[in-house]
Design a protein around this ligand. Structure first.
Ligand code: GLP
Length: 241
């Protein structure tokens, strides 16, 4: 695991954007895995700025998002589909049909999970997966205890995760209780992974990631076994200040 130490959120976002832009230049048909949450927002802003200023081309790029809430339509402002359109896709020249996010509203969500996994496979897998990390070490929505071999599946969200994400919803009761997420096995199959960690609420997670045991109770710990992981962590995440 390669760790890039940066000073702050802006610097993390800038370096992550640079990393992705270089990749796209080398590989215009990149299969890019994307994440939601507060952490990648700055990265997406940098990608948009760069697209405006330097014209980085996303026409042949395909994206796969990690997860989606069960029960939210893509038009719901709290859905991850809405988030991705709003924060990135509407502002770059990506073809919408090349942006994949698991659906949270299919009648048979188990089938949707299987189909999503098959879609990723049919594209030859993910070249570069962007990840954030939950305070409890979750990646995507893979909560502690999830099998390291898991494929895309339906999960019951931990109360701590619902609380952490409640800031985006009007009321705690509105936060969905279930989600569909790429599995840890799906994520581990990505050729390369870029994990972003920012802020003092993530200091313990950063420490456990770097120094803790590899243990399903801290899902992100398995990333230490992946040969192509880069972590960009800001000072607050590393040192708690
Ligand atoms: C959410 C997402 C994750 C994300 C994590 C951290 O639950 N499903 O993909 O990495 O929480 O979110 P944030 O970046 O807002 O701290």
């Amino acid at each position: 695991m390669k760790i890039i130490e940066v000073e702050n959120y802006q610097e993390m976002s800038k370096q992550a954007a640079q990393y992705i832009i270089e990749k796209i230049k080398k590989q215009p048909k990149l299969k890019l895995g994307l994440a939601t949450g507060g952490t990648p927002v700055g990265l997406y802003q940098k990608l948009i700025e760069d697209h405006r200023e330097n014209g980085t081309d996303y026409y042949d790029v395909t994206t796969f998002n990690l997860d989606e809430y069960i029960g939210l339509q893509g038009t719901d402002p709290n859905s991850y589909r809405y988030f991705m359109n709003d924060q990135l896709f509407d502002h770059i020249n990506i073809q919408k049909e090349n942006t994949f996010i698991p659906s949270g509203v299919k009648e048979d969500s188990e089938q949707e999970a299987k189909d999503y996994e098959a879609t990723i496979k049919s594209y030859g897998g993910i070249d570069l997966q962007i990840l954030g990390i939950g305070q409890n070490g979750h990646i995507g929505f893979n909560e502690p205890g999830t099998s390291f071999e898991s494929a895309t599946h339906i999960v019951q969200l931990a109360t701590s995760t619902r609380e952490a994400n409640a800031r985006y919803f009007a009321r705690m009761e509105d936060v969905p209780t279930k989600a569909i997420t790429m599995g840890i096995g799906t994520i581990m199959k990505s050729k390369e992974i870029l994990l972003l960690i920012s802020g003092d609420s993530k200091t313990e997670a950063f420490n456990r990631l770097v120094n803790g045991e590899i243990d399903p109770h801290f899902p992100a710990s398995i990333l230490r076994k992946h040969p192509g992981v880069t972590v960009i962590a800001d000072q607050a995440a590393r040192l708690g200040v």
